[in-house]
Write a protein that binds this ligand. Sequence first.
Ligand SMILES: O=C(O)CCC(=O)C(=O)O
Ligand SMILES: [Fe+2]
Length: 218
Amino acid sequence: MNALIPRPRLEVAPGAILVPDWLSVEQQRFLVAECRRWATAPVPMRSAVVPGGHKMSVQTVCLGWHWQPYKYTRTADDVNGAPVAAVPDWLVDIGRAAVAAAYDDPTAGERYTPDTALINFYDEGARMGMHQDKDERCDAPVVSLSVGQSCVFRFGNSENRNKPYTDVELHSGDLFVFGGESRFAYHGVPKVIAGSASPDIGLPSGRLNITLRDTGMS
Ligand SMILES: O=C(O)CCC(=O)C(=O)O
Ligand SMILES: [Fe+2]
């Protein structure tokens, strides 16, 4: 990337918006430090196992609600049984600001109350296959924050995991929001881009992604 040339905001599909460089370097550093804490306790970060036995290459830890393929629970039943940590208010506020920024709509931001955060860590070999985020009982947008190495993010259609899809690069600090018509679109991460680490955020290698969602559960 050439940081001298700003990347434009991009509507990848109706309701699916990429806002480049949305997080400041200070916010990215802070998120890396918080993710390090969340990755150890009360529930350690782990690679989830999908029904059928395949272990995901991505490692995940959750706040608010624990996600395992394919359900949400309050305790991490497939890890150590502990209740997950709460979603902090400051992270809900980031989610609200993210929705407001992506849709240029402050009231949409105010209405947004995510009750779970999934923190994914990708080492350079990790990837995530095409899937829908559909374990939520609510169609509020998904807010995705990227920190660390860049990746190719593939954003597809709501019918199936195949074409048409659009590949975009997500860089450290980028915001991606998908809601509305695109809320249940298939998406995935086919690769983390080698040699793309940002030196100044406290993450020497790998990529962190934080997704905020409203499960619609109580
Ligand atoms: O890492 C990403 O950018 C996407 C993560 C994702 O799709 C998920 O956690 O469901
Ligand atoms: Fe997803």
